[in-house]
Design a protein around this ligand. Structure first.
Ligand SMILES: NC(=O)c1ccc[n+]([C@@H]2O[C@H](COP(=O)([O-])OP(=O)(O)OC[C@H]3O[C@@H](n4cnc5c(N)ncnc54)[C@H](OP(=O)(O)O)[C@@H]3O)[C@@H](O)[C@H]2O)c1
Length: 438
């Protein structure tokens, strides 16, 4: 039985995670839930799944739920950002699903790894903003040694039939010496395939790459191919995008997701964030991370090897598949949805992304390549710009312009601490607001 905490349980990923739990009550138990404003929905889930501890960052929503008598007996409702973060340290939790949205998820990811717990990560912004820091949290993790050790043992057992045994060079020495490594990317950064890693990717592209890399050697990986649907505006010109409304941008052709990621998908910022996420998760240089548009979203990503072979991961476009694998790994459980019917699939198309029209992809890649605090500034500017677009205070094309203006104004530094990243985040939010008001 895996005991899990779900942060962001009322969102798209959170609700689908609860559905996976509903299908596997003999394997998963929810011990903590957190949300933002939709407290009553969280409390209903607490009653359904027998969860005793819930947290919200919204005092107002908590007060409303209390006034409505919606807090079931035996459920403790905690309030505040610190209460949400405290859930990840619950001694009875083995694994944390981080399905918060935006940079708000960074500290929870960091604290989860520091506590030595498994992190099933949907919140890609955590890695975009603090990939370097999360890496060092993995390396220096000294918290819950039992969970960390059991994760290592499970992964090592899974990789036992590995054809090679290569060392994992760790400058800090933190996880060197665990020699069962299968995919050795030759550095101390996070590779979620390392037996010592506590990270399980939920993002469908990274879950796909993770699976394509199982059993492979790092030195034989030529490129990661991250697939993109192209979003609802694929093929449009800049002139055609000038008057796009939030309603049009929220209509994603293949995935049903929360509003922020849906807008990011339409601008291709989501793909840019995923390039940075892949860099950290797989410790892969940027020149080996490529993006290709695959409009049917049937191929969730691919890995190309030095002999010209390419492995692709295909499946039904339903996030419960990658969520479930992040929870079941190294096992596979019964499918949560009907499998892909290849006789009905028709054709598979591929195209290069149009980065002149959809500039956010190029901006995010540039931020990632520069590194340091620039990705944190870029991400915060994007969050503010997307919110302003949804509020109809900024045009669709203005999103990329705003992100670029904040990136240009930012004086990057090396990442040193969470506090520094949060300061950069606040600075970039203020700059973006100024840009939008001007
Ligand atoms: N949706 C997908 O298919 C998908 C796929 C891949 C990756 N992801 C990534 O997964 C993450 C979540 O995406 P989503 O689409 O599920 O977003 P979403 O539907 O907007 O849900 C976000 C969740 O986080 C909660 N929340 C937001 N800020 C919070 C805070 N400060 N404290 C506590 N709870 C907070 C929300 O609570 P309330 O709703 O109660 O306010 C909600 O439960 C994002 O990083 C996204 O990029 C999503």
């Amino acid at each position: 039985m895996k005991r899990i905490v779900i942060l962001g349980c009322t969102g798209s990923i959170g609700e689908q995670t609860l559905d996976v739990v509903r299908r596997h009550p003999d394997k998963l138990q929810v011990v903590g839930l957190a949300c933002g404003r939709r407290v009553e929905a969280m409390l209903a889930a607490a009653a359904e799944f027998g969860v005793a501890v819930c947290a919200t960052n919204s005092e107002e929503a908590a007060a409303g739920a209390r006034a409505a008598g919606a807090v079931p007996g035996g459920v403790s409702l905690e309030v505040g950002d610190a209460a949400v973060e405290a859930l990840v340290r619950m001694p009875e939790a083995d694994l944390v699903v981080n399905a918060l949205v935006g940079a708000a998820g960074l500290r929870a990811s960091y604290e989860t790894l520091r506590a030595g717990k498994l992190l099933a990560l949907a919140n890609k912004e955590s890695l975009v903003v603090g990939g370097d820091l999360l890496c060092s949290a993995v390396l220096s993790n000294g918290g819950n040694a039992d969970t960390a050790a059991s994760a290592r043992t499970q992964s090592a057992a899974f990789f036992e039939s590995s054809p090679t045994e290569v060392g994992f060079a760790s400058e800090s020495g933190g996880i060197s010496g665990t020699s069962e490594t299968l995919v050795d990317f030759g550095g101390p950064a996070i590779s979620c395939l390392h037996p010592a890693s506590l990270i399980r990717p939920i993002d469908s592209e990274h879950g796909a790459i993770f699976q394509c890399l199982l059993g492979e050697r790092a030195e034989e990986v030529e490129a990661l191919w991250v697939t993109a649907s192209g979003g609802p505006f694929r093929g449009r010109t800049r002139a055609e995008l000038e008057r796009v409304t939030p309603e049009e941008a929220l209509a994603h052709p293949t995935w049903n997701m929360g509003p922020k990621i849906t807008i990011d998908s339409s601008t291709l910022m989501n793909k840019g964030l995923e390039v940075i996420e892949a860099h950290h998760l797989f410790n892969m240089p940027y020149d080996k991370i490529r993006v290709v548009v695959q409009p049917q979203s049937a191929i969730h990503s691919m890995v190309e090897f030095s002999d010209g072979s390419v492995k692709a991961h295909l499946g039904t476009t339903d996030m419960r598949i990658p969520i479930q694998f992040a929870l079941s790994y190294p096992d596979r459980w019964d499918a949560p949805v009907a499998p892909l019917d290849f006789t009905q699939l028709g054709s598979l198309e591929f195209a290069a992304p149009d980065t002149d029209t959809f500039r956010c992809l190029a901006l995010a890649r540039a931020a990632g390549e520069t590194g340091g605090t620039l990705p944190a500034a870029m991400n915060a500017a994007n969050e503010v710009a997307v919110a302003a677009f949804l509020d109809k205070r900024l045009s669709y094309l203005g999103i990329a312009d705003c992100v670029e203006a904040v990136m240009d104004a930012h004086h990057g530094e090396q990442v040193t601490s969470i506090e520094q990243l949060l300061e950069v985040d606040s600075w970039a939010r203020a700059q973006a607001e100024q840009y939008i008001k001007a």
